[in-house]
Ligand binder design. Structure first.
Ligand code: SAH
Length: 218
């Protein structure tokens, strides 16, 4: 990835420090947070807030996720002493998390269901010339069978459960991390590890707040 404008270098380091303070320990993930210029994924009006550890609006009633939550989810995807191989992201949004993942994984596929956001992410990501990232306009609930199986799957939007297609497309030994709605107000981060073709182990983690996972294309 091309270095960001130097005037933001200190901001990126400071954001990584906030993510560390929020409890994320995985060194390479912290390094990636310190590398990706988050302001480049936001409108100019949002630049003053770009390096705060908060979610921010990106249009179409969607948000760029909170950096410490992005980092926490990516940390969870990493099995001890394993590099990330092929990763599927559901919910590209403006492309920030996809850019972070591209620094940590061999290959990244990212799906977005809102056409203008898919186009926005493409435009925001173009200057970085990331060659291990593919953006797909589609319904992530269906996954991406043509590129499966995935070593890791990450959902940036909360459904009522985890879509079956995504569980099917997870490689054996792979991990999936997703926010899942408990009711209208509460969501939990869930990690699923595929132990064999039929056996999945589920771990309930933190309370979180994400935009909803919706079906169909816009
Ligand atoms: N990854 C983003 C977060 C974007 S917010 C980041 O870097 O901050 C979550 C995104 O999920 C929204 O853009 C929303 O449109 C998208 N989304 C919701 N349901 C989806 C689905 N079924 N398929 C693909 N994208 C979906």
């Amino acid at each position: 990835m091309r270095p960001a404008a130097e005037r933001f270098a200190g901001h990126r380091q400071a954001l990584a420090a906030k993510v560390l303070a929020a409890g994320v320990k995985h060194h390479k993930t912290l390094e990636a947070i310190a590398t990706v210029p988050r302001h480049a994924f936001l409108d100019a009006g949002m630049h003053p807030q770009a390096y705060e550890d908060t979610a921010l609006p990106i249009g179409h009633s969607q948000t760029i996720s909170k950096p410490s939550v992005v980092a926490r989810m990516i940390e969870i995807l990493h099995k001890p002493r394993h590099k990330l191989g092929k990763v599927l992201e559901i919910g590209t949004g403006c492309g920030y998390q996809a850019a972070v993942l591209s620094l940590l994984a061999e290959e990244v596929y990212s799906i977005e269901r809102i056409r203008p956001l898919h186009d926005l992410a493409r435009a925001k990501l173009r200057p970085f010339r990331i060659n291990n990232l593919r953006l797909i306009y589609g319904d992530g609930i269906l996954g991406l069978p043509q590129a499966a199986p995935f070593d890791a799957i990450i959902l940036a939007a909360a459904g009522l459960g985890i879509p079956d297609a995504l569980l099917d497309q997870l490689a054996i030994g792979g991990r999936l991390v997703a926010p899942v709605a408990k009711n209208e107000k509460e969501q939990q981060l869930i990690m699923v590890e595929r132990m064999s073709s039929q056996r999945y182990e589920r771990t309930v983690l933190d309370e979180v707040f994400f935009v909803p996972l919706q079906s169909g294309l816009v």
